[in-house]
Design a protein around this ligand. Structure first.
Ligand SMILES: *Cc1c(COP(=O)(O)O)cnc(C)c1O
Length: 427
């Protein structure tokens, strides 16, 4: 162990920060064991789906051009459908990111005159333009699709009374965001999502319930599709890509919903039949295979960060001891300097671009400057160790990822060292 400590010292971590971290870690053994047990279950779930669908060497080859009869692509979609326990899935490199996957799911399943409802408050920032909450070209609003929102109550619970009032004859689709995103509300457990869906379906059985599953995959043993969601949607440069997928998104759900999405992604009449996989299938398969353990490492990192910063008196969501339903950790520093110092530390811990200094910038899709720390193998990948913070009150930073727990640990210690070095924290 002495040599490991010397490695930390040689990589810019002070003895004090190192010891502080290890002291916190001592208290987390039981929780880490529970995370490993969940990863073990999910590993088998993915493996079982791969074996059942007879994933073979030929599935890794990929196609070019139109991509007709792309066996690897079609088999991968069957694997996703089995893991999420859905009728069908669309898993494509042509889905450029999570926002695109969500926009696709919404735009393909809503028609002019329909209404979209979010019963869990404001959706993720980039969705504001998709919906038209902030006016944008091509938004749902431009197509005559209206939007209603019911915020969570101040204690984080569902406002059932107003949700009921908001469901009307126009309500066609309900969007439920599992993760907190850039907010400090609690992330929803799959169990709570199930309760909400049951309540909504009781009022209107034919409404489509879609869950924005970003950052939630494999954190629990079940997914929202196991508790009644008609569609689960996410990004492959988050959990399910396992760090290896270089692009992509997925929609898993009821056959009709997935079909609608496929006809919108490619073209009416073509649907799932086209869309060459090019060379990405080995990464999609292998990434999905690794996703349960990669997610487990990220989860340990998030819990470690929560406990470190909670001990130092900062606001952390989730707190150090509560149960986890996504891999994001919010830490509220209350000052731009705190957010910036934290992100500089994460950047300095990266395997790629550790020598550069991140700066706040006007990112497309966001309404305030955002600072991002990401020294990733896949650009912008947030299953890799990364942090981002909008430069606006309450000056919270959102930390996530780490392809290995060991790297996440180092990153968090680096962030703490950065705050210590700037005099923003004293141990
Ligand atoms: C990341 C994320 C998105 C959008 O995904 P991008 O890949 O960044 O476009 C949407 N919703 C939630 C909750 C997310 O975390």
């Amino acid at each position: 162990m002495e040599t490991t400590k010397n490695m930390y010292l040689s990589m810019g971590i002070s003895e004090q920060v190192y010891e502080f971290g290890n002291q916190i870690l001592e208290e987390l053994k039981e929780r880490f064991a529970a995370i490993d047990a969940n990863a073990e279950y999910n590993q088998l779930k993915v493996l079982k789906a791969m074996q059942k669908n007879q994933v073979s060497e030929a599935c890794l080859l990929g196609t070019t051009g139109y991509g007709y009869n792309d066996m690897g692509r079609d088999t991968l979609e069957a694997v996703y459908a089995d893991v999420f326990h859905t009728e069908d899935a669309l898993v494509r490199p042509q889905i450029t990111c999570g926002t695109h996957a969500l926009a696709l799911a919404l735009m393909s399943n809503l028609r002019p005159g329909d209404e979209l409802l979010s019963p869990v408050g404001k959706p993720y920032d980039t969705l504001e333009e998709v919906i038209g909450i902030r006016p944008s070209k091509g938004s749902l609003a431009e197509y005559g699709i209206t939007y209603k929102q019911v915020d969570l109550l101040s204690d984080g619970s569902f406002d059932y009374e107003n949700i009921k009032k908001s469901i009307n004859e126009k309500t066609r689709l309900v969007t439920i965001q599992r993760s907190k995103g850039y907010q400090t509300r609690p992330t929803l457990s799959v169990g709570r999502i199930g309760e909400l869906i049951a309540f909504i379906k009781d009022i209107k059985p034919d409404v489509i319930c879609m869950v924005d599953n970003c950052y939630g995959e494999f954190v629990e043993a079940i997914e929202p599709s196991d508790v009644g969601a008609d569609m689960v949607v996410g990004s492959l440069i988050k959990n399910p890509g396992g760090g290896l997928a270089p692009i992509g998104g997925y929609i898993a759900g009821r056959k009709e919903c997935v079909e609608n999405a496929a006809y919108r992604l490619t073209s009416p009449g073509l649907g799932k039949e086209v869309g060459a996989s090019l060379g990405v299938l080995p990464n999609f398969y292998q990434g999905f295979f690794l996703a349960p353990t990669v997610t487990a490492g990220a989860l340990k990192g998030a819990i470690f960060a929560a406990n470190i910063y909670e001990r130092l008196g900062f606001g952390v969501v989730p707190n150090g001891s509560e149960s986890r339903h996504d891999i994001i950790q919010a830490v509220t520093f209350g000052t731009p300097e705190g957010v910036i110092a934290f992100c500089e530390g994460i950047q300095a811990a990266a395997p790629v671009d550790s020598h550069v200094t991140p700066e706040p910038w006007d990112m497309p899709g966001y309404d305030a400057k955002v600072i991002m720390a990401a020294g990733a193998f896949v650009s912008g990948s947030s299953i890799e160790l990364s942090a981002d913070g909008p430069i606006k009150p309450p000056f919270a930073v959102y930390f996530q990822g780490g392809l290995t727990w060991q790297h996440a640990k180092f990153g968090i210690l680096k962030s703490l060292q950065s705050l210590v070095n700037k005099g923003l924290v004293t141990l």
